[in-house]
Write a protein that binds this ligand. Structure first.
Ligand code: ADP
Ligand code: ZN
Length: 730
């Protein structure tokens, strides 16, 4: 159908809103008309809601009853490519469009045009009559010094209604001002001198540059061991993108890493880029959203949700550490940022670079099939080499109970210390001990809301559930048998390992790096800088240190429990362990100092452990690929998880069984359904969860079949359903 770009006043337009309705709503274009893609405010029942003009209205019912758009918001209309992207992403993830629109409009004040133009700051004097609410408003303003807020922000932060703020404005105690224009970002200059690239790097950079010049979509897998200089290479692609006058987006899996990364960008381009993640203030977010939309933010460094920013002319998306599982998470919408990056780029003719030392099997397979280009940096930058890798056979080590540093590892750490070099002891477990057990009755303390054990965190002096975040104080007596003084920690977490290290190396400078211990990214960054400058002998770390930090004097990595990830039946366990171990080991050795990685294991002959040691990636991946191919699972088959949840376990299972029985639409495409079975986490926040797994051939139209399969379902009461295409665990 013809889809005009502009609608005159009174023309019918179809508007997509963020309200959970499964259709577009018809309105009349307002005075002055509106463009397709315009952000608008429309009446919905008694309320006003925000929406986007999606296309011409259908007008399939009484035209005279159709209401008018209230106003067009003062932001650039959503670009066509973005509308198409949201549509495709919704189809792919089986997510309602309203939810996709929410992802794309997550900026404060957007639906609130009044508050966007006015900001509020501290005025003078005291209110004529002090109330609790008024006091809170003033407290917020005083606490944040000279900052100004929108009405919404200020009211939310103070926990008051906007009327309270308005009341204070009348008395002059709070000042209302016009919002200043967004401060422009400093210019990033692609032509500042770059580092002298090695031959390998230069070739890789040239290939990426050529891709950008083609101005056509394409994805490149940039593979290279940690320290091989991938970042330097892709920064040259960013430079080329800027020369072409386009915007670049760099996705990072860990916000903790952005500080170090921003410094690198600044060193290369002379200014800091825009940032987008949960740690960014509301005012700054609004600035980013608008500047990105105007094309005035050249580079954005962000978390996965930055894929939904309204880029004016996006030329390049970098997905750093593309294998990282944190790219896939529930965000209301279950999507994998790596896949969405490829989709987003395909919609606007941008290039994608997937960078990793240990790519996901998915990307590996796509490169193999010729869908992605592949560039490999085979050696570390400069004279450094990959560390020597060895196992420590824990069956042969004699050591006291409840200790985890073997004599062999201990000796190796001592050797490094004698040379004035640093060691890293790696354990991928937060907290003090993963289990707290009662030695009188055997009871293990669990979370009241989830099917998970509470983890003792001594640093925070509490028990914590790693599923829902619930914490409670450590009890004095067993909650089950009520015997006192019998609760004991079982197994090591990072805090307990640190305790052991303090005893084992009493005169060493030991630093523990765990996300719990740092209130802010800034504190963490300061700590990391200290370590890099040599202010530590032994670093004890979780996954946090496996990524991206360069410690030049670190020459030994000791993995406390290399078997940890191999337990469980998850088909991806091998892939994850391989990736994590190779990555952690990659922390050891730099420049002229060769490194060593020691893996403590009870099963040194396990094929995954052996593959990690040999570094025979091709062998490992071929074996993995063959196994997945035989099982018909991703990336060689298609899968989807349907998670049903509710407070009543029987009702949830009943619903699951009903779905499993009525699998006609699935059978039509030759797909199979398994389950219902308890979901990988069977209870979260008091809700029981069961999962059905759908498995189909690679080319099967799985989304379409699932949509038809679940369409007749009526979710009553408190039951909920969510779809997870390409689940992480199966
Ligand atoms: P990767 O992203 O593959 O882990 P990086 O790009 O971070 O590797 O490079 C590792 C280290 O080597 C960094 O400290 C980086 O600054 C340095 N480096 C990489 N390439 C060069 C180069 N061509 N000249 C100078 N230093 C380089
Ligand atoms: Zn919990």
């Amino acid at each position: 159908m013809h889809d005009p770009e502009y609608f005159d006043q009174g023309d019918l337009v179809a508007v997509l809103t963020t309200q959970p309705l499964d259709r577009l709503l018809d309105y009349k274009a307002p005075e002055g008309g509106c463009f397709r893609g315009a952000f608008v405010e429309v009446p919905l029942g008694p309320r006003k809601v925000m929406g986007v003009v999606w296309g011409p209205g259908q007008g399939d019912f009484d035209r005279s009853r159709i209401r008018s758009v209230i106003r067009v918001l003062d932001v650039a209309p959503m670009r066509d490519e973005m509308r198409v992207f949201l549509g495709r992403a919704a189809d792919y993830t089986l997510t309602p469009m309203s939810m996709m629109l929410r992802l794309a409009t997550r900026t404060p004040g957007l639906g609130d045009p009044q508050s966007m133009r006015k900001v509020y700051r501290l005025g003078e004097g005291e209110p004529d009559r002090q109330t609790d609410a008024r006091r809170r408003v003033l407290e917020v303003l005083r606490e944040y010094g000279g900052l100004s807020f929108t009405l919404r922000e200020l009211a939310d932060m103070a926990g008051v209604t906007p009327t309270v703020v308005k009341g204070l404005v009348k008395q002059g105690v709070v000042r209302e001002e016009d919002s200043p224009r967004d401060l422009p970002y400093p210019h990033l200059d692609p032509d500042l001198p770059s580092k002298d690239l090695s031959d390998d790097q230069a070739t890789a950079a040239e290939t990426l540059r050529a891709g950008l010049q083609s101005q056509k979509y394409g994805t490149t897998l940039l593979k290279g061991v940690t320290g091989s200089g991938k970042t330097e290479v892709y920064l040259e692609a960013v430079a080329e993108c800027l020369r072409l006058g386009k915007q670049a987006l760099v996705l990072l899996p860990e916000i903790a890493l952005t500080a170090e990364f921003l410094t690198r960008i600044e060193a290369r381009f002379g200014a800091r880029p825009a940032e987008w993640h949960s740690g960014v203030t509301m005012t700054e977010r609004r600035r980013v959203w608008r500047m990105v939309g105007q094309g005035d933010a050249q580079v954005v460094v962000g978390a996965r949700s930055s894929l939904f920013l309204p880029f004016r002319h996006l030329g390049l998306i970098i997905v750093d550490e593309e294998h990282d599982t944190s790219y896939k998470q529930e965000d209301g919408v279950t999507y994998n940022a790596r896949d969405m990056a490829v989709l987003r780029a395909a919609m606007c003719g941008a290039r994608v670079v997937l960078a990793s030392a240990t790519p996901s099997l998915e990307s590996w397979a796509n490169a193999d099939a010729g869908k992605y280009d592949k560039i490999e940096l085979t050696s570390r930058f400069g004279p450094s080499v990959m560390p020597e890798m060895r196992t420590i056979d824990m069956r042969a080590e004699s050591m006291p109970a409840s200790t985890w540093i073997s004599p062999t590892l201990r000796q190796a750490v001592e050797d490094r210390r004698a040379k004035g070099e640093q060691s890293l002891l790696f354990i991928n477990r937060r907290g003090y001990a993963p289990v707290t057990i009662c030695r009188a009755c055997g009871h293990q303390i669990g979370c009241d809301n989830c099917d998970a054990r509470m983890v003792e965190h001594r640093f925070l002096k509490r028990l914590m559930c790693h599923q829902c975040g619930e914490t409670k104080p450590m009890p004095d007596k067993c909650p089950s048998c009520e015997v006192e003084g019998k609760l004991a920690p079982v197994g090591p977490g990072i805090e307990r390992l640190a305790e052991e290290a303090l005893e084992a190396f009493p005169d060493a400078r030991i630093v523990t790096l765990s996300s719990d211990m740092f209130g802010s990214a800034r504190a963490l960054k300061a700590k990391i800088e200290e370590i890099a400058e040599g202010e530590a002998d032994i670093i004890i770390g979780t996954q946090l240190v496996a990524k991206g930090h360069n410690f030049p004097n670190l020459t030994l990595v000791g993995v406390i429990d290399a078997d940890l990830g191999l337990q469980g039946s998850d088909l991806r366990a091998a892939e994850r362990t391989f990736q994590l171990m190779r990555q952690v080991a990659g922390r050891a050795g730099r420049a002229e100092k060769p490194g060593q990685a020691l893996l403590q294991t009870f099963q040194p002959e396990h094929p995954v452990i052996r593959a990690i040691l040999s570094g025979d990636e091709n062998g490992f991946w071929s074996a993995e690929a063959a196994e997945r191919q035989a099982a018909g699972v991703p990336p060689y088959g298609r899968m989807a998880g349907i998670v049903l949840s509710g407070p009543d376990v029987a009702a949830v299972f009943d619903l699951g069984n009903a779905l499993a029985r009525n699998d006609g639409p699935l059978r039509q495409i030759g797909a199979q359904v398994f389950g219902p079975a308890p979901a990988p986490i069977a209870r979260i926040r008091g809700r029981h969860r069961v999962r059905l797994l759908v498995k189909a051939d690679k080319g099967a139209p799985i989304q379409d079949a699932i949509a038809r399969w679940i369409a007749p379902l009526r979710l009553t009461g408190d039951l909920r359903l969510s779809v997870d295409i390409d689940p992480q665990s199966f």
